[in-house]
Design a protein around this ligand. Sequence first.
Ligand SMILES: Nc1ncnc2c1ncn2[C@@H]1O[C@H](COP(=O)(O)OP(=O)(O)OP(=O)(O)O)[C@@H](O)[C@H]1O
Ligand SMILES: [Mg+2]
Length: 256
Amino acid sequence: MPPFFSVERLTKRFGGLVAVDAVGFELRRDQIVGLIGPNGAGKTTLLRLITKILKPDAGRIVFNGEEITGLRPWEVVDRGIAGTFQNMRPFRHLPIIANVMVPLVAPRARRRGEWIKRIEAKAMDALEFVGISDMALEPAAALSQGDLKRLEVARAIATEPELLLLDEPLGGLNPAESELLAKSIRRLHKGGRFGRLHSEGPAVLMIEHKLKELMSIVDRVIVLDHGEIIADAPPAAVVRDPKVIEAYLGSEHAAA
Ligand SMILES: Nc1ncnc2c1ncn2[C@@H]1O[C@H](COP(=O)(O)OP(=O)(O)OP(=O)(O)O)[C@@H](O)[C@H]1O
Ligand SMILES: [Mg+2]
């Protein structure tokens, strides 16, 4: 059987800089995986290659046995991959709930015979899941940085993806909020029902600098440095890896 998801020798250059350098890994459907590394390591670029916001210079991406390397962003969403972005650009003048409804108008939802009322209900469940449903009718411009992150997560999970890609979903949240959202992501991954959102538990690939929260919910951590994978192991092994300590964690963090 082909792997659930794989990237092979994926490469992206910006001028002379190789931001992602022949990266290869596989993901299993039942895994929640952290993606860490220093600033500029290429983490966001890697996610943007997968969601097709960026075009790779070389390499392949295979999802559910189908090569998706040449697809357009909405076609990738339609296959069941949804992601959040480090820089959020909501429709600022639309109500928060409308921002979550937009991706649901894609064929993926239409094929399931869903229409406005059900879409609205699902969008509301997604907002409830991230904890901002009480603000649903306010314009997105009213949201704080932290709440914008939550809106991004809501937009992604509302499409009920099989693979969920998150770029620093805890950024801008305080420690209590971070812990809560991290636990919710873990719960979503484990599967179950969230109001009208059914979740078979998407595989999750999550970039996050908040390591305490990240390490407590992931099964595996991929470490990127200068566009290359320098470690790929369970959290406990990664934090003790000398290469990772040198490139990213520092000895202080390792001691802690
Ligand atoms: N559109 C672009 N044009 C030119 N260079 C870019 C572009 N996007 C990213 N880069 C460069 O590619 C490298 C990797 O950037 P990327 O945003 O992927 O890093 P990152 O690991 O997500 O970092 P951070 O933890 O700070 O978010 C950096 O040197 C960055 O300056
Ligand atoms: Mg980034």
